[in-house]
Design a protein around this ligand. Structure first.
Ligand code: NAD
Ligand code: ZN
Length: 241
């Protein structure tokens, strides 16, 4: 059990693993391939330039799968934690699904974007809600300006969103917890080293924990790894002052 004291500030990073028990496949686990494509082959600027129909078909499939998924006890435990800690919890997710929100989390920072949003490639119209699917042979969606509409997700090789806000929160946290993330996708894989690092302005090192069924690639950077499924470990993990 984690005892969270009144002075603690908690940074939580979630990855695909927290949604695995809701039936959304992780990229690296079984079921991570789509029609024999690796994720990099359909979630990259290169793939978009080569075959936008294929990319939209992939995201249409993911929209359908995520629309059917329900939050699991792991998501619910983090929503309850926010209810207790308010702005002393910073919840950052690499996931593009909306299961944290569906569980009741109100302040979720989606560093890799959101599956149910799209944006125009050309104009500065902000990302907008878009639950639609665009399967071939349907035409690709176009903006009023004539530009192509693309999924509002951060593809391999692109810069994640909200990075300044995330590093401010990493500087301030006293407890850092990563859940269900393999520790190979940057920059998220380096967050633990930053939180635990000696050179945070005005702070000592945060305590760092990992939760998931197997040790992540960056396990050496954690104070402790708790091995098990998020949906089983998280509901009884937190004791707050
Ligand atoms: P990953 O696929 O690389 O790794 C998933 C991790 O989850 C593994 O370490 C695995 O051990 C762990 N895991 C599996 N079952 C779990 C469980 N029940 N409880 C806790 N952990 C469990 O995922 P990643 O590290 O998040 O990085 C891959 C990228 O793929 C991310 O950028 C993310 O945006 C994207 N992605 C998102 C979703 C989603 O939105 N749900 C799904 C797949 C991939
Ligand atoms: Zn436009």
């Amino acid at each position: 059990m984690f005892h969270i004291l009144a002075a603690d500030r908690v940074f939580i990073l979630t990855g695909a693993g927290i949604s695995a028990e809701s039936g959304i496949p992780t990229f690296r686990g079984a079921g991570g391939l789509w029609r024999n494509y690796r994720s990099e082959e359909v979630a990259s600027p290169h793939a978009w330039r080569r075959d936008p129909h294929l990319v939209w078909e992939f995201y249409s499939m993911r929209r359908r799968a995520a629309a059917e998924a329900k939050p699991n006890p792991g998501h619910l435990a983090l929503a309850a934690l926010e209810h207790t800690l308010h702005d002393r919890l910073f919840l950052c997710t690499q996931n593009v699904d909306n299961l944290h929100e569906n569980a009741g989390s109100r302040r979720v920072v989606h560093m890799h974007g959101e599956l149910f949003k799209s944006r125009c490639e050309d104009c500065d119209r902000p990302p907008f809600d878009d639950p639609n699917t665009y399967d071939p042979p349907a035409a690709l969606p176009k903006c009023d300006c004539g530009g192509q509409i693309r999924p509002h997700v951060c593809w391999f090789g692109e810069v994640p969103y909200h990075v300044d806000e995330i590093f401010r929160a990493l500087n301030e946290c006293t407890i850092y917890i990563a859940i269900g993330t393999s520790g190979v996708v940057e920059p998220a894989a380096s967050f633990v080293a930053h939180a635990h690092g000696p050179d945070r302005p005005g702070q000592g090192r945060a305590q760092t924990f990992y939760i998931g069924p197997e040790e992540p690639a960056n396990s050496a950077a954690f104070t402790k790894c708790l091995l098990g499924k998020a949906g089983q470990l998280l509901p009884n993990l937190f004791l707050c002052d």
